[in-house]
Design a protein around this ligand. Structure first.
Ligand code: USQ
Length: 441
């Protein structure tokens, strides 16, 4: 199948190009490479050095035997989208071409409007291009579990049955997004759902949980094929950040008491799920929603899991809760029970649990610890949901793996709750490693 990846240079887009090409699909992609400059703006780099796009494409050609057409440009420009669709004639469009960061969208008015307009414009351009130039093509859009927020009821896959004042209907499940970025995803979902109704667009909206991981099965050892791995406050997702913190023996930083519950999925399983969705497209006019995650964890449980994995490779890390920059919106110990059956019905089989995946991540990241240590200032958040910008305070030092293993998370919770004012702690960031010659871009 001819598959066009919008956002092919990103954390998901780059491995997806490899995965789909190896499954025999004809792949093309486009990217503005904005992600590289956003991370730079946050004072950081990818922990794993990544090659420039030309090097990446050459490696892909060598490893898959497929010459992947690539457009280096901004998909907000409809002229570019028009050209791509006429030249490549996609049968499926995978939309990863959005700014994916909640904190980035909360920085200030400019960042908020940029994220929303960027994300909505690229989505509209792809929707209209399908309607006018590739009718029948399947739009698979990356949404997010965050669109639902944390309601006090179970979360269905997109739709639920409602009975109100004696009448019944099947309706979209309410969205209560926790950031301007997540709201951009909600708006995108609504627009696509509407296009399915009026144009007969076929679409899959993937409500993906937090992704983590350094590799996929078919990535090989060529460094040009490796995907980026961010650890800064805006573009690093929580397990990736904890793993990078662990390899430099920086404290792991749950925000607040760490009682936030989220769904998580390894990068390699995300690839498996996306290809299942693509190879089993919906009917014309169907707006289909998948909740795409494998396991549910609280943030403090995750910290304990990463701490244990680190200890197994000889790294001693503390877990030190920090003030939650998202305190205005995040709840702790809330109900969280989303359905996630549809991908399993299509054949999804979870491959690695968090603990085993994190062990592999630490091994992949250890060779780059000097590089991470050099940019460790990017680890501590300073973008607050209340609109201020100030570095968070540490709440307390605590070792999760001291004492009985039965309830490690409670240790963090009790200490974090007891501390009324931030107390200074030693987090032991290392600064004595030799400077590494970095070939990254
Ligand atoms: N968190 C910490 N400590 C950290 C970093 C994060 O406690 O050092 C907590 C946050 O407070 C939050 C949770 O971990 O409760 C997840 O945060 P995150 O930064 O890993 O993820 P989030 O901002 O929710 O966004 C990420 C991706 C986004 C995707 C979303 C899926 O950046 O593109 O849409 O995960 S989900 O969270 O399910 O909505």
């Amino acid at each position: 199948m001819r598959m066009f990846i919008a956002g092919m240079d990103g954390y998901l887009g780059w491995p997806l190009a490899q995965h789909l090409a190896r499954r025999g699909h004809e792949v093309a992609g486009a990217d503005s490479q904005f992600r590289r400059s956003w991370v730079e703006e946050m004072g950081s780099v990818s922990a794993i050095p990544i090659a420039k796009i030309d090097g990446r494409l050459a490696a892909l050609r060598e490893s898959t035997g497929q010459k992947i057409p690539f457009w280096n440009g901004d998909l907000r420009d409809y002229g570019l989208v028009d050209r791509i669709f006429r030249e490549f004639e996609p049968e499926a469009v995978i939309h990863l071409g959005e700014c994916p960061s909640a904190p980035y969208s909360m920085i200030d008015r400019e960042h908020t409007t940029f994220v929303q307009i960027n994300n909505l414009t690229t989505t509209f351009n792809l929707m209209f291009a399908i309607r006018d130039l590739a009718p029948g093509a399947h739009l698979l859009k990356l949404g997010t579990m965050g669109e639902y927020g944390t309601p006090n009821v179970d979360i269905p896959e997109g739709f639920f049955d409602v009975e109100y004042r004696g009448r019944k209907d099947r309706m979209p499940f309410p969205r209560q997004a926790p950031s301007w970025y997540h709201w951009s995803k909600v708006h995108g979902s609504n627009n696509i759902m509407f296009a399915c109704k009026i144009w007969g667009l076929r679409a899959t909206d993937v409500m993906q949980g937090v992704v983590f991981g350094t590799r996929i099965d078919d990535m090989g050892e060529d460094p040009r094929l490796r995907t980026r791995l961010d650890f800064d406050q805006a573009f690093g997702t929580v397990i990736n950040r904890f793993s990078c913190q662990a390899v430099i023996e920086h404290a792991l930083t749950p925000y607040g008491a760490g009682g936030q519950l989220r769904g998580f999925i390894p990068l390699r399983d995300s690839m498996q799920c996306l290809s299942l969705g693509l190879e089993n497209p919906p009917e014309a006019g169907e707006y289909r929603v998948f909740n795409q995650f494998a396991e549910t964890y609280s943030i403090r449980e995750l910290a304990g899991t990463v701490q244990d994995a680190a200890l197994a490779v000889g790294l001693e890390v503390d877990v030190v809760p920090v003030e939650n920059p998202r305190a205005a919106i995040e709840r702790h110990g809330h109900h969280f029970a989303p359905d996630h059956d549809r991908l399993r019905e299509l054949g999804y089989q979870p491959s690695h649990d968090v603990a085993s995946e994190v062990r592999g991540m630490l091994e992949d990241l250890l060779p780059h610890r000097d590089r991470i240590a050099r940019y460790q200032a990017a680890l501590l958040p300073d973008v607050h949901w209340d609109g201020t910008r100030r570095q968070v305070s540490y709440l307390s030092a605590v070792r999760v793996n001291d004492g009985p293993r039965a309830e490690p998370a409670e240790t963090v919770l009790k200490v974090a709750e007891r501390v009324s004012a931030p107390v200074p702690v030693v987090v032991r960031p290392r600064t004595d490693w030799a400077d590494e010659a970095v070939d990254a871009t």
